[in-house]
Design a binder for this molecule. Structure first.
Ligand code: M6R
Length: 607
């Protein structure tokens, strides 16, 4: 999704803006632009990559101390130079960048056109600059007042940064339902849509709340609510440095992040056990919830995080015998879900900014459910909306394809399920063994990564395929879904996942000689059933890649990948790592842009 950067300080603005925009490239974009401001203001915009924009800039002759930069991912209006941000007012004295969607832009555009404003783009965002211009004139050229008036007229979501020639040493920001973070150092003040863009300059970070306006100057940052009342400003020390958000010698962020999983799991489990190996989950302990009258638990998320949710719900329902439902966030709101004060909703989101997931949180809160966020991003919107937040400490995940966020979500969902079962007085099967195995997981994942030569060889089968099928039962089903999603999103091989038993009810019609079927059977009580389904595909000439545990008899199958010894309940974690690698090597074999797959964005901040 779109990326925002802004700077005002003693240095020149351009280097920060460009490096920040490059840090945000991973979110996905189709055009980029910059405004630098001094006594006058200059705006450059280019369709395509940031390098196209750089070709237009004479960086050595850009000493301006204030500026804003934007990477755009088209929602309203085609990707083009005209539609790229920043958007300027008609006399080039005010320039804005915008993330989000202005829902009432048609009505505002009509009104502003009636007042003589001329629009030059097809975007919803351009109304913002003309509206601010109008409010600026009506409020005696007071930008703070103009902004207060303008934001109240905007419906929808926005993260806005504004510069003006009237105050060339300031950047104004405003936020509603779209992320915006601020940073400050001795050099000046910064803003961005994501902390990773700030880390090379400062780790003192403030995540703006909805309904806030910020005024950035070289020496300080001021915060106001939409009524103009001043608010306290306090920064949080961000725990990651710029290095941890860089590629560090790997050919892609995805590969780096796959290999970071042992450490990500270690970090996620750090501090979660006391000396007697009892689980520490204060976030759940302190939840204001009548556990004795809890009727159901929802797990709500999108994409990869939704697959993690299916795993979390399956484990919990088995252990606690309470109704557990996994629901895609994009559907949840429209289903009139049975959600009330006897409901616990667990929202899973790597970024904590996914619009559909945040909308689902709002609904759950309206209906008085208890809410827990499971996220990877400190201070993300979701963490500020839910009753409790539990973090996966996976470190920044840059590649669009989620890897370490997924496995750490599974790890933390096991912990959450264990604690919920305890609160419900349920006996979690093999609890002690699970805790021991959780602690061994980093080593198990390290050993899993040693299998990559074998996975690379099998990926060769997929490179020239149009389709692939992933099958599994029980806890292997979310792994199949996730394996299929990884493959399609980065290698563009069409992949479907099915419950293994469902294959014969239709999809088997698609199996023909050399079709690749990836079968996952790590769950002993259903493994023999999955074998039969695999045999059915073998009989039709499929190339089966079989992921199973250390000791299952797999002599009938040619391509068997054995997951290092691991407790059954946790086997989906190393299994997911193998499928991430299968997708990675397939995409690499096809020469795909692994970190920036087409049409996708890291953080999906529109519904
Ligand atoms: O940030 P979130 O976890 O809320 O994102 C949800 C999905 O957009 C995300 O998992 C997406 O499916 C990934 N690109 C998958 O690799």
């Amino acid at each position: 999704m779109c990326g925002i950067t802004g700077y005002t300080g003693s240095g020149s603005a351009l280097p920060f803006l460009l490096q920040g925009m490059k840090c945000l490239e991973y979110r996905g974009y189709d055009s980029a632009g910059i405004t630098l401001v001094d006594a006058s203001m200059t705006t450059w915009k280019a369709k395509g990559r940031i390098t196209e924009l750089e070709k237009m800039l004479d960086a050595e002759h850009c000493p301006e101390h204030t500026g804003i930069g934007h990477t755009r991912w088209a929602t309203h209006g085609v990707p083009s130079q005209l539609n790229a941000h920043p958007h300027n007012n008609m006399d080039d004295t005010i320039s804005i960048i915008h993330n989000g969607i202005i829902e009432n832009y048609v009505e505002l555009k009509r009104e502003l056109t009636g007042k003589g404003y001329v629009f030059s783009s097809q975007t919803d965002s351009e109304v913002v600059v003309h509206l601010i211009d109008d409010c600026f004139r009506e409020n005696g050229h007071d930008m703070l007042k103009a902004l207060e008036t303008a934001v109240k007229r905007l419906q929808g979501s926005f993260a806005l940064c504004i510069v003006t020639t009237y105050e060339k040493d300031k950047v104004y920001c405003a936020k509603k339902e779209s992320p915006l973070v601020l940073g400050h150092s001795a050099e000046g003040s910064f803003c961005a849509s994501d902390p990773t863009a700030l880390l090379a300059y400062t780790r003192e970070i403030l995540a703006m709340e909805d309904g806030q306006i910020a005024v950035l100057t070289r020496d300080r940052i001021e915060l106001y609510d939409f009524e103009g009342n001043p608010l306290p400003v306090s920064f949080v020390h961000y725990p990651y440095d710029a290095e941890s958000a860089q590629q560090g010698g790997y050919d892609s962020f995805m590969r780096k992040e796959i290999h970071e999983q042992p450490d990500a799991i270690r970090g996620t489990l750090r501090g979660r056990f006391d000396a007697e190996d009892h689980l520490i989950m204060d976030e759940i302990e302190s939840l204001n919830l009548d556990w004795d009258h809890l009727h159901r638990v929802y797990f709500i998320a999108c994409g990869t995080a939704y697959h993690a949710s299916i795993y979390g719900r399956t484990l919990l329902q088995r252990a606690a015998h309470i109704s557990c439902i996994a629901e895609p966030a994009s559907e949840f709101r429209y289903e009139d879900p049975i959600v009330d004060e006897h409901t616990l909703c667990i929202f899973v989101s790597q970024s904590g900014e996914t619009a559909d997931t945040l909308a689902a949180v709002r609904l759950a809160r309206e209906r008085h459910a208890a809410t827990i966020a499971l996220t990877n991003v400190l201070g993300s919107s979701i963490s500020r909306m839910c009753d409790a937040t539990i973090y996966t400490c996976a470190g920044p995940e840059i590649a669009v394809a989620s890897t370490k966020a997924y496995t750490t979500q599974l790890v933390m969902l096991v912990c959450i399920d264990l604690k919920i079962a305890e609160k419900l007085h349920a006996v979690f099967p093999e609890e002690e063994k699970i805790i021991r195995s959780l602690k061994e997981l980093p080593q198990i994942v390290e050993k899993t990564l040693d299998l990559e030569a074998q996975i690379e060889e099998y990926a060769g089968l997929l490179v020239d395929q149009h389709d692939a099928y992933f099958i599994g039962r029980q806890l292997d089903y979310p792994t199949a879904l996730e394996g299929a999603l990884k493959l399609k999103e980065i290698s563009y091989v069409h992949a479907d996942a099915y419950y293994a038993g469902e294959l014969k009810h239709g999809p088997i019609a698609l199996i023909e000689p050399d079709t690749v079927v990836v079968a996952i059977a790590t769950q002993k009580d259903v493994a023999s059933k999955t074998f039969s389904n695999m045999q059915e595909t073998l009989a039709r000439g499929a190339n089966v890649i079989f992921l199973t545990d250390a000791d299952t008899d797999a002599r009938d199958f040619r391509r068997v990948v054995r997951i290092p010894a691991c407790m059954e309940a946790l086997a989906p974690i190393p299994a997911a790592v193998l499928l991430q690698e299968l997708a990675y090597f397939t995409a690499k074999g096809k020469g795909c842009d692994i970190d920036k797959p087409r049409n996708l964005a890291k953080s999906v901040t529109v519904e």
